[in-house]
Design a protein around this ligand. Sequence first.
Ligand code: GDP
Ligand code: MG
Length: 472
Amino acid sequence: MRDSTSVLKTLSSRRWLAALVVSSVLFVLGITSTSLWDSELTHCVSHSLAGSMPHAAVYSSTQNVDAAKQKPSSKFDTATLLLKGTASPSFRENLRPDVKYITSWPYEGFTNQMIAYMNLVYLGLITERVPIIPRFTSSRHTTSDTPDLDFGEVFDIPRLQEAINLPILQWSQVKDPDSQFVDDLGCWNTQNSIFYSSDRNFHPPGSLKLDVSYTTAPEWIRYPTELQHPTFPHALLWALASLAFNDSRTWTPREPDISPTHHVALPPDDHLLCYDLLYYAGAHEIFEYNYDMSPVWRFVGQHMHWTPKIQKIAESYTRETLGIAGHAPISPYISVHARRTDFEIWCNGVTTKDCYVELSAIARRVEDVKAELLARKGIQVDQVIITSDEKDPEWWDAVGELGWRQPNHSKTVELYGPWYPPLIDKAIQSGSLGFVGTDRSTFSSLSLRRVRSWNDGAARMVLWGTRGADDH
Ligand SMILES: Nc1nc2c(ncn2[C@@H]2O[C@H](COP(=O)(O)OP(=O)(O)O)[C@@H](O)[C@H]2O)c(=O)[nH]1
Ligand SMILES: [Mg+2]
């Protein structure tokens, strides 16, 4: 795999200059590179070509236009380099014949979607294809009128591209979100293969107006039995990646299914490689983002920083929560994520009182984290910010008695929209030096990873499910 830092390091100023000259000549002649990845020189040329062009406001959100203004010369000016033009009625007419792409669909709550998109970008890296990321879509955690949210409104795409040395596109740049044109597309159905099923058919978001003909992926995409999860089976990322290459693609186990709208049978597309769902996927472990070995976290996830807008809003909420005036520096704090409500589905008959994560157990782990920070960094941290999906006022009264504070979201939706309360809470957690989360929550898992990767912080997960589950 391409090591992004080493590639960047090799771009010495002299080579940059040479590349710039070459790219200018190519630009004048109207010649474009045949592949983004043919050689490092092509790489330099492509980058310089992007850098030599005026920055295009490629994102639909005003926030990213603002961010783009602050950072005008990103090496990956993706839309101008990787598409024929601006978002078009049919995605196909906008794809360049000399670039290969990869995509997948959103699934479940925000964090699950984010993990699926991390996997998609990782597959982009290891197949040397340009990921096209869909918007975050409403789920059972959000009201049905919640508008879709661009990936670039949440994550700093220019920073991510630079860090991992891979250009990234969003569907809203490729196909006009208001288009009524229905594109046909052949995709891999991974879920029927890994679940030994025939009815796990995940459709792309309706707004993309795609008519998909699925081909069930080969069974060798599944984890080996001894590593597999019995209820939530996973697919191996490198097996999925192999479907991008001719030697593996020639092995097709089944005929494509007929698409629902145009009734066409299409083999998996090679120009825009496409998978139904990438949430249940990893390299070695199941739910791999729980482990520090996770290649997807190390090569992609940890480089997905918040946009400057979200970062700034989160810092202002943190200051307000901790009572820090104006723009004074934020002193180190510990954050807690208590995940409750719909986690009842895991309680298997145990009352929610005994099942849900207990405050006393969380408080014990907060003390562990404080002790680690003192021992490891010599920092005494006393302030605690807690966030939760819990609405019960009695529970919040008990939280107040511990002296912990919660962000005030009474105006957040009105000010920023329905996606922002959890986004701000995640960003607050990612700014903390210590973190205590709820076991089995993806929301908590990624906050734990950020606190460890970004802040070298101390982090713990609290077990739950029965009374005393975390007594260890
Ligand atoms: N504002 C806010 N919302 C939360 C919090 N915890 C959970 N939620 C809501 O519950 C959803 C949890 O879904 P998800 O992101 O899939 O994480 P998971 O279910 O915990 O694995 C979030 O998207 C939020 O809508 C929290 O601490 N703050
Ligand atoms: Mg969830």
